[in-house]
Write a protein of this length. Sequence first.
Length: 200
Amino acid sequence: MEERRERLKDWIFRLSVVAVMMILTIIAISFSGCSQGATNITGPSPTTTTTTMITEKDGDIAYLKQHNVNPTARISRSIVSVYDETGMAQSYLNEWGAITGLTFVPGPKGSGLDILIDNSILNCGEAHPIYGPIKIRTTTPCHLYLIALKHEIGHYVGFIMGHTTDGGVMDASSASEIITPPVANMLKLLYSFPVHTPIA
């Protein structure tokens, strides 16, 4: 009887280890969305603490919580140097910049955001939010790779987690270039507060 009890304890322990590993895997996958590499999206720890908090009176915090992190993560500098192998990103960068207040300027590779053509990736695009790079596949079946480029820029600027289902560019697979009002409003709210602002 005692041996059976010990085996049961061992089995429960092993099962709990497997459960923890599964939970950690699910968390990593949930941050990866749209082939975004699971990365440290919150960036370095802030050097100063803030007492500011984003609350319901500021806007749709449920949408912000759904598609960003708490405390918030976003690009902290106002001017972003961009190396663009596609040669097609500037108008999309300007459109996202008009919403976020960011200015995107051409620059050498490795100086800020790198937008790279990588036909070895499985999806049409992937982005590492906040830090880059963005990779775009331009070969079949990615005939709408420019929409994928605009979509991945959205992830880069702060639409970190998940996708929309509203027919806009942030849908998981979209043929639309439209930045829908909920996405634009969420990013305007995000960029109206300092980096790492807690959400109530």
